[in-house]
Design a protein around this ligand. Sequence first.
Ligand code: X5A
Ligand code: ZN
Length: 670
Amino acid sequence: SSRPLLDRLKIRLSRLFQMNMVGESSESNGKVHRKVGLVYDETMCKHDTPDGEAHPERPDRIRVIWEKLQLAGVTQRCVVLSGTKAEDAHLQLVHTKDHVNLVKSSTNKKDYQSDRVASLVNSIYLNGSTSEAAYLAAGSVVAVTEKVAKGELDSGFAIVRPPGHHAEADEAMGFCFFNNVAVAASYLLDERPDLGVKKILVVDWDVHHGNGTQKMFWEDPRVLVFSVHRHEDGGFYPGGDDGSYNMVGEGPGEGFNINVPWEQGRCGDADYLAAWDHILIPVAKEFNPDIILLSAGFDAAIGDPLGGCRVTPYGYSVMLKKLMEFAQGKIVMALEGGYNLDSIAKSSLACVQVLLEDNPIQGSSEAIPFMSTWRVIQAVRKRLCAYWPSLADELPSKLTNQKTPTPIVLTSNSNSEAKDNAHELLDQMSKLNIENHQGDTKVSRSWRSDLSKVDVWYASFGSNMWKPRFLCYIQGGQVEGMTKPCVGSMDKSPPKGITWGTYPNRLFFGRESTNVWGKGGVAFTNPLTNPNDQTHMCLYRITLEQFNDVLFQENGLNVDFASPIFGLTALQLVEKNGSTPLEADLAPWYGNVVCLGREGDVPILTMTCTLSVIEKFASGEVPLSPPAKAYANTLIRGLVEGGIFSEEEAEAYIDNAASKPLYINGASRF
Ligand code: X5A
Ligand code: ZN
């Protein structure tokens, strides 16, 4: 038909148009790359404790980040800048003259303390190079910011130390001397009106409250300051009430300061992404910044000795990716805290890859937000909804009341339907035992033990994207939306890894009903690729034995087979040919195993229908039909909890896949 062709032309046209719009960006292999600036200057490593004492804010922090970026080969693809010293006039846009002079002339802590008794308790140290490093840190952030605002760079990352966000107008504290980000923001607004930047969004994801930045723009509506931090009712550094959600700014700046104060440590990707989806992103849409300055501390990272939170590199990459939608992606990241060398290096790399628009971002996110997280998010929304109408709606209780879902253990169920299910399960189990005690034991044992030694990534695009649902196939059980339980795999060990990937295949929904979900279509993906198509998949690292048990269950079979449905020979075939059909009688639903590539040494396998069934779907012989609500919700939960999409985005993704016609001649043609 003519409609798909038109759609495809539109996509191509919009891509051509996009290419012309970013004329500054470099192009190689036909792929447009964003121009990303990186500042690194070894001189900033010279700031150190005077007596060689160990300190978390140590020189190696920026070294390991730089080495990681070099090793990953990303520095060659960026514009590398060396440090620039800040000008006193620029520092004085946010600091007092006294403070600037004091930092300038201090060469040891005594100099500093003799002038300012307060610094005794304020977590700073100095040596002969501190002043130089502090000037370089602030000046470098100013320099990249200017280049991004001008459009010379699309975005940038200033790998600087000492950090800045705790530094106040007249005070160094929390390892900070000059407020690097605040200096850069004020520079744009006050010194460079020619660049046309009128509204700046400062996002501070350092685990500590950005008290300095908050104070500097307290009455300034041109700078929206957003800080998410561990607060614990003022018990966490820097402490007191400053980091509370009640601190919204004053005068013309009222409503332009947003704090998300965690009540507890251990917050991870799910908590941060919930704050993004339900506070920061909607507000950013309304504020519509001209540029984003990111106080990018990595001390909320998993493994950080000071932060005690659990954000993964993947979590940081998703948070950053969501910000790329604003200000045409003009983002300047400035390093703040972050004290686990390995975590900060990995997190930094993940972020630079986002700035470069490398695809796809790999990662995992299993958790759901803490109850306390929803409490905080709701309090923040309530406090700020007068200024930001998009925060006014009450969050659906289905979101805020969810507890960590666990598969139902069948034997503990007492209602009659579940009992029936349990009987069915017991039946299956006993059959299984009988089978194992009769004749086939040896064959059965040997295929299982052989295949248990081989790992594969099972890539799921349907309900299995929701981890608790997938676990039913491993551990047995039933979760919300399922009409009957799964028996589980023989080997009940949990997946050894979880990650996500995006593949150029068409997701669609077909057939009228299933045993497990009742009425409605279920997910398939076209085994043929097309660069215009995208299926998001959750990858579970399991053994080939478990993969067989998943295949059995997906096809409505028991798991007591004497031989595998997908053995070592089939694995070799699929790795060579890209896909291999399974025995049609045994696997009527998902009768085609497709190899999507490798992750490390391990093949990535998905299961879908065969090409002949694709043809039947396309011709209408087998119906395409949208998923029932319960089934669609399971996919949406998987995508949301996996950190791939917001709920709205996940819904749109499913709706889109369910409503487009399936045309086979488009595949592999472009
Ligand atoms: C920039 C930063 C932390 C200060 C902690 C003091 N500062 N105990 O992460
Ligand atoms: Zn910090």
